[in-house]
Design a protein around this ligand. Structure first.
Ligand SMILES: [Zn+2]
Length: 278
């Protein structure tokens, strides 16, 4: 084993024997190997007229109210990248861990790209805490119904046609639909983003693998802290130093495996599969 040393192997074995739950928390770094750009790279920026907008400005309810069609063009462009992307070794390793642990497994993801489901993670054990680009809902909240995401192929600088614009309207009230994702100026809730459910998952977690997320948002931080407070083990899998790697290094139950998820996760599959067949 390249990443899981003998000390961690012992800890994983103890965890397995205690019959506690395995939870995996994933973020944008996992999908980087599938060619999905993160919000913070150059593809995240958007030009309207002569003004360059940051992703943190485009992905807000405030911008949607001011410029709904520009926000839609930006999200449609992103969605089309996701639609073409394929899951990578990391996603498939997560599905294999779900197969091995079955009901002792939960997946909490910040990713809206749909790649976990393309890799056959189950909908029942997956918590989409930032929503998903597979759905849209009424931007005016006339109901909480989720609609299929409008499939409109557009290029970066292409304008929407009037027929395409019609596809962006709520079938019930005629206002614009919105992508079913958590925007930068919105708060987590249970109804759409499974806030309470994912905190309950954290309480039952004996081993948390944190994959490709840097800890920039509050719910992932709360999940990790909750696991640590109940003597759970946290393992941060990330090639780069980040908030969680720093936290892991400070805690006796914390580990940082400095590597790519597509290299590290298959080791966990191998380790647990061997353990379970002994
Ligand atoms: Zn509506």
């Amino acid at each position: 084993m390249t990443y899981i040393d003998t000390v961690l192997q012992e800890r994983l074995k103890e965890f397995y024997e205690k019959s506690r739950r395995l939870t995996i928390l994933t973020g944008a770094g996992l999908s980087a190997d599938s060619g999905i750009p993160t919000f913070r790279d150059k593809d995240g920026f958007w030009t309207i007229g002569s003004v360059n907008y940051m992703p943190e400005e485009m992905g807000t309810y405030e911008m949607f109210l001011r410029k709904p069609l520009e926000v839609w063009r930006w999200f449609l462009y992103r969605f089309n990248i996701c639609l073409k992307a394929l899951p990578n070794t990391g996603h498939f390793a997560i599905t294999e861990l779900e197969d091995l642990f079955a009901d002792r497994f939960r997946l909490i993801t910040q990713n809206v790209d749909g790649l976990h489901f393309k890799a056959h993670s189950s909908k029942e054990r997956t918590f989409l805490i930032h929503g998903t680009l597979e759905n849209a809902r009424c931007g005016n909240e006339c109901s909480s119904e989720l609609y299929p995401y409008p499939q409109i192929p557009i290029e970066k600088d292409q304008e929407l046609t009037s027929a395409q614009i019609e596809l962006l309207k709520c079938p019930k009230c005629g206002n614009y639909l919105r992508p079913h994702v958590l925007w930068f100026d919105e708060r987590y809730n249970e109804k759409y983003f499974k806030l309470d459910s994912s905190m309950r998952v954290a309480k039952e977690t004996g081993l948390l693998l944190i994959v490709g997320t840097s800890g920039a948002t509050t719910l992932p931080q709360r999940i990790v802290e909750s696991v640590l407070s109940r003597q759970g083990i946290i393992v941060d899998i990330n090639p780069n130093e980040n908030y969680f790697s720093g936290l892991a290094l400070k805690k006796k139950n914390g580990y940082w495996l400095k590597g790519k998820s597509s290299d590290v996760l298959p080791e966990f599959v191998h380790f647990f599969r061997t353990l379970m067949t002994q």
